[in-house]
Design a protein. Structure first.
Ligand code: AMP
Ligand code: ZN
Length: 509
């Protein structure tokens, strides 16, 4: 019989740490809100995906089976904004769809590269929103039929007054909420408690789909409800995302899904805290972000970044710093050196006696118990790693005096493998060239079987940051570096134009 360790997680719905108890014993269905693929994920986004991977790997190591669905948001306001800029006003709907798909396909591939580089296990299913428009329309119609949604001028809105449970996740005070106004926006950082859009009527210059309410496109929130119900069924054990998604996105997902299903949909809502930079949230709109590729350019291994994130508790705000990455690197070196020591045979017959020596196998059991107690208690990684480091110090000291036997060493290696199945950071680093578009790498990348130039993949922000780095090198009269950056941009298909007034322009070659 399979032995499963009980694991507890903080449930945002109840505001309590609860033991997970999947509807089908031993099998956990997990839905994660995936990336919006119009640009590189920044490392704040990646923190959220790393927390999800930590949770999933812990469940797997604890003996559960996990069915993990993570969507790809490939139709949404910002995607449309960025993908349609170069199209003529009279572009056909087909051309608009094609332009949108080109952008989202590229960034989907680059996102998957990021996951692989950080050893994030690929989800079992990764549905694209555009592949589930039919299910979204059915879900919306279901809500209209139940009186929970209404059409207005080609758009459809969810009527929150019809769903008394609205606010249960974010713990909103219903009395204090405004009602009646419809918001035609699904930017998740806007704090509106009003009826929200399910289907958006066609606007000039946007790709559209036909529907019973006229041409239009889905709102962001309905995408996850439709894909979740389609691919995981009418019940999800754990739904995850970053804390910014609690309201309105997840609140709206509950309203849509439970409104349509007529019963509770998700048992546990688990949210990861934000990654900060100098006290501010890392975000694309603030422009204060790094991508994984930026870190790799600075010589930081993706696995070091993984460890730096995972050695902190997922529900605590974390300030990003290069010192933090250095500390992570040192910790990893220590674990890997210990692992190497355990792989090798001990010194002949040991160097003497040590009265206080605990039996290494006892020490190991103590560490294993402490490690699992911490992980089972809402993924308390700092404490779990402390148990591992205590073991390392004790056994190193003991091995100096009385060499561990081969059997003892193998038992320790077994524990290192067990912990690595969660942290995925020892014994190895990630090969540095896993990210195709890292500095200095080829000017083209093969995406979805098609070779495309890096210029098409690079975002304007990314180009600007390389230009700024070159400018900084010039200011510092570091000509070798400034030439290298110019050549790098050239290899990526970006031509720089040094203007008379000292500014630098650029164009795609
Ligand atoms: P997006 O690609 O914008 O849809 O975001 C993907 C995920 O990243 C979502 O789950 C967000 O909650 C999460 N996220 C966005 N910014 C941050 C941040 N600074 N730190 C941690 N997670 C974030
Ligand atoms: Zn979602």
């Amino acid at each position: 019989m399979r032995i499963i360790r009980p694991i507890s997680l903080y449930n945002t719905l109840t505001r309590k740490i609860e033991q997970i108890s999947p509807i089908i014993p031993g099998e956990v269905k997990v839905y994660s809100c995936g990336p919006t693929v119009y640009n590189f994920a920044h490392i704040g986004n990646l923190r959220t995906f790393l927390f999800q991977d930590l949770m999933k790997r812990t469940l797997l190591a604890a003996g559960y089976e996990v069915r993990h669905c993570m969507n790809i948001t490939d139709v949404e306001d910002k995607i449309i904004r960025d993908s349609q800029v170069d199209l003529p006003a009279d572009a056909t709907n087909e051309a608009r769809h094609a332009a949108m798909n080109r952008l989202t396909d590229r960034y989907t591939v680059l996102f998957l590269e990021d996951l692989d580089a950080m050893r994030i296990l690929r989800p079992d299913v990764m549905p694209k929103a555009t592949g589930h428009i039919g299910q979204m329309k059915i879900l919306i119609q279901n809500l209209v039929d139940k009186g929970l949604a209404y059409a207005r001028e080609g758009s459809v809105y969810f009527r929150i007054a019809g769903f008394p449970n609205y606010g249960c996740l974010a713990h909103l005070d219903r009395e204090g909420m405004q009602s009646g106004a419809s918001m035609d926006a699904d930017e998740y950082d806007k704090d509106h408690a009003q009826d929200f859009v399910l289907w958006k009527a066609a606007k000039t210059g946007e790709p559209t789909w036909d529907s019973a309410w006229g041409p239009g496109r889905p709102g962001w929130h309905i995408e996850c409800s439709a894909m979740g119900i389609e691919l995981l069924g009418g019940h999800v054990d754990i739904h995850t995302g970053g804390v910014d998604l609690i309201f309105p996105h997840h609140e709206n997902e509950i309203a849509q899904s439970e409104g349509a299903l007529g019963h509770p949909w998700v048992s546990m809502w688990v949210h990861g805290e934000f990654l900060m930079v100098e006290g501010e949230k890392m975000s694309k709109s603030l422009g204060n972000f790094y991508t994984l590729r930026d870190l790799v350019e600075k010589g930081i291994n993706p696995i070091t970044f993984r460890y730096a994130i995972q050695s902190n508790h997922y529900r605590k705000l974390l300030n990003f710093s290069f010192e933090g990455l250095k500390a992570a690197d040192n910790s990893l070196k220590r674990i890997r050196a210990f692992r190497k020591r355990m792989e090798e045979d001990g010194a002949q017959a040991g160097g003497g006696t040590w009265k206080e020596a605990l039996d290494p196998v006892q020490r190991l059991e103590k560490a294993r118990i402490a490690f699992w107690e911490a992980m089972a208690d809402d993924l308390n990684t700092p404490e779990a790693l402390a148990a591992l480091f205590t073991l390392i110090s004790d056994l190193n000291a003991q091995d100096d005096r009385i060499a561990l036997t081969r059997e003892e060493r193998d038992a320790v290696l077994g524990f290192l493998d067990e912990t690595d199945s969660i942290f995925a950071a020892w014994p190895h680093e990630s090969p540095m060239d896993v990210l195709a578009s890292v500095t200095g790498l080829p000017a083209t990348a093969v995406l979805g079987g098609v070779s495309v130039s890096m210029a098409e993949i690079l975002s304007p922000e990314r180009i600007q940051s390389l230009i700024a780095a070159r400018q900084a090198a010039r200011d510092a009269r570091n000509w070798a570096e400034s030439d290298r950056l110019r050549d790098q941009l050239k290899a990526m298909g970006i031509v720089l134009e040094d203007r008379k007034d000292g500014t630098v322009g650029w164009r795609r070659a």
